[in-house]
Write a protein that binds this ligand. Structure first.
Ligand SMILES: Cc1cc2nc3c(=O)[nH]c(=O)nc-3n(C[C@H](O)[C@H](O)[C@H](O)COP(=O)(O)OP(=O)(O)OC[C@H]3O[C@@H](n4cnc5c(N)ncnc54)[C@H](O)[C@@H]3O)c2cc1C
Ligand code: SF4
Length: 556
């Protein structure tokens, strides 16, 4: 294995990649394998597999994989005319939830890896305008992206088997499906009884050894946790080691990028960051790739103001930060007579995609997918706090009996749905609150479109029907409420052909800055049906290929 280089900050490297998450990890690997010198600046630490634990208090309740909210507060408001506030302590997760560290949120994600279908890219043409939204077609097709979805399958590592509604694929899955869990078997039972078509859940988790990585050992501390086996296909496990093996990729951790600076010709010249000692540094570069996610990429562009870019870098259209989409969702919970033992293994093994497409007969835009998984993820403490059905004792002997009985007999069915893009939903700079480095805090403005909530309620009705058909002993719904945050951060640097309506072009190059690329969840034009990361990474493989060609042709 080649050694990791240390590049001097005052000599230009070929590319600086900002953020090492689902997209940044792919960019680092692809660009360094292509022969370019790459510096990755990542604000979080470099945790290896042996650093991860099953400590529910540390990981779930103290959020040790994310930034400290006391140092990096965020504010939220539903509408632009309201004052944004920091959600009260104990109210749950930050509005824009992500993990900080090498691998980003791919370290602690669930790993549901659904491809988009052809329809996702051209819904606006098929369905027409939706008032009050910026509903639009993507500037690319499924057919164009298919080879890169296949690269995600094989190079990131996805377990699965074809389903009845899947789009065409050029290669089979590299490894077979993960073993069926009880929740998956029950979803199948209920869905089939209703005439639906349950299918294997494609997961970015290895069922068999692949690319030098081992198979999952079904430890059960998966969603929210890092994988101690490197079986979860984070970019930490799948991409970063290969980037470093080139000897051309330096991963600089504990480095928070503050702004991008351009020269008199308007080209990015320096990426300014605080190093792990809090000292300001500037890495000179020939080109920058912003892969800091749908919240932080927008914030960085807005922070990078100059005389040439008074409203933020690459923001002549005013679209930076706009069109935020979270993916609406629903949750329905159930207890069963028989033990299900859902605390074991990965989260999901079966899904239902019968309601994926918009059906005009429903009377609203939207669609989604349904999955089955443990109730409140089967974390023991969280289950004790939230796993008991409403109306039953949460104290005393009966509570203890219920906990003992139902920790092994619970499951949930989730609806993962579309969200419509609207300009009023955004990431912006909070005008008052600052973070520990003096930067304006992330301000999230978000109110679901009525169709998003209608879709989530529709999906919940289907979930209830499935659980009833499967013989649930008791079931209850989480009320579908307006979103106040989420882990899917999409749309804030939209891609498009029109520089007045989008931030980057179809190859992720900023319309206004020739050597700046934005590659992450922020580029989404529509939200898809709830599992965006497969598409984020297919786009990243595609972007890297085009950047490589352009750089070699002297066009960056
Ligand atoms: C608990 C959880 C479960 C999820 N499960 C699924 C799932 O099952 N399926 C699915 O499709 N998606 C899932 N997601 C969403 C998925 O993780 C994200 O869509 C994906 O990781 C986004 O990729 P990204 O590259 O845009 O950003 P990220 O993966 O968030 O990476 C961004 C990186 O940039 C770094 N960064 C940010 N700002 C700066 C800065 N100023 N300087 C330096 N570094 C910076 C961050 O620390 C981070 O490491 C889940 C998310 C969470 C939180
Ligand atoms: S369940 Fe499997 S993939 Fe998930 S953390 Fe445990 S070993 Fe890793």
């Amino acid at each position: 294995m080649a050694g990791s280089p240390t590049y001097p900050t005052r000599e230009a490297v070929d590319f600086v990649v900002i953020g090492s998450g689902a997209a940044g990890g792919v960019m680092a690997r692809e660009l360094s394998v292509a022969g370019f010198n790459v510096v990755v600046l990542e604000q979080g630490p470099y945790r290896r597999a042996h650093d991860f634990t099953h400590d529910e208090i540390g990981v779930v309740f103290q959020g040790e994989l994310s930034l400290d909210p006391a140092e990096h507060p965020q504010t939220f408001r539903a509408r632009p005319e309201q004052n944004a506030e920091v959600p009260p302590q104990g109210a749950g997760l930050p509005p824009a939830w992500y993990a900080a560290g090498v691998g980003g949120s791919s370290v602690h994600f669930t790993g549901n890896y659904w491809r988009f279908r052809p329809v996702d890219f051209k819904e606006r043409s098929l369905l027409g305008e939706i008032e009050g939204t910026t509903f639009a077609d993507w500037p690319l097709t499924y057919e164009e992206l298919e080879p890169y979805y296949t690269r995600v399958d094989w190079e990131i590592g996805v377990s699965g088997a074809p389903g009845p509604f899947d789009p065409p694929r050029s290669r089979p899955y590299p490894v077979p499906p993960l073993p069926l869990k009880s929740s998956g078997a029950i979803l199948e039972r209920g869905a089939k009884a209703l005439g639906l078509h349950p299918q294997v859940a494609p997961m970015a988790i290895l069922s068999k050894p692949h690319n030098g990585r081992p198979a999952c050992i079904h430890c059960g501390f998966c969603l929210g946790f890092g994988c101690e086996m490197n079986a979860k296909s984070s970019t930490l496990a799948a991409m970063i080691p290969q980037a470093e093996a080139t000897g051309r990729c330096e991963i600089r951790t504990g480095c928070t990028v503050m702004r991008l600076e351009h020269d008199e010709r308007g080209r990015i010249r320096d990426v300014v960051y605080l190093d792990e000692n809090g000292v300001e540094q500037a890495q000179r570069t020939r080109a920058a790739v912003l892969s800091a996610n749908g919240a932080e990429s927008a914030r960085l562009l807005l922070l990078s103001q100059s005389a040439q870019h008074p409203d933020g870098m690459a923001n002549g259209s005013g679209m930076v930060g706009k069109n935020l989409m979270f993916n609406a969702h629903s949750a329905t919970h159930a207890w069963f007579e028989e033990p299900l033992n859902e605390f074991k293994s990965v989260q999901c093994t079966r899904i239902v995609h019968d309601f994926y497409e918009t059906d005009p007969k429903r009377g609203f835009y939207g669609g989604g997918g349904i999955d089955a998984r443990p109730l409140v993820n089967s974390w023991p403490i969280l289950f004790a706090m939230g796993g008991i059905a409403p109306g039953l004792p949460t104290w005393g002997a009966e509570y203890k009996r219920l906990l003992e009985r139902y920790f092994t007999r619970n499951m949930s069915v989730l609806g993962n749905c579309t969200s419509l893009a609207m300009e009023r939903n955004s990431i912006s700079l909070d005008p008052e609150l600052k973070d520990v480095f003096g930067r304006p805090a992330v301000r999230v403005t978000y109110e679901d479109h009525p169709d998003d909530l209608a879709t989530a309620r529709f999906m919940q009705d289907q979930s209830v029907a499935i659980l009833e058909a499967a013989g649930a002993q008791r079931l209850w719904r989480d009320e579908v409420r307006p979103s106040t945050g989420g882990p899917h951060l999409l749309g804030t640097c939209r891609m498009g052909d029109d520089p007045d309506r989008s931030v980057v072009d179809r190859y992720h190059r900023a319309h206004e800055v020739n050597n700046l690329f934005v590659v992450d969840g922020s580029n989404f034009v529509t939200s898809g049906r709830g599992q965006p990361t497969m598409t984020i990474q297919a786009l990243a493989f595609r972007a890297a290929e085009h950047m490589t060609k352009a750089a070699r042709a002297g066009e960056i």
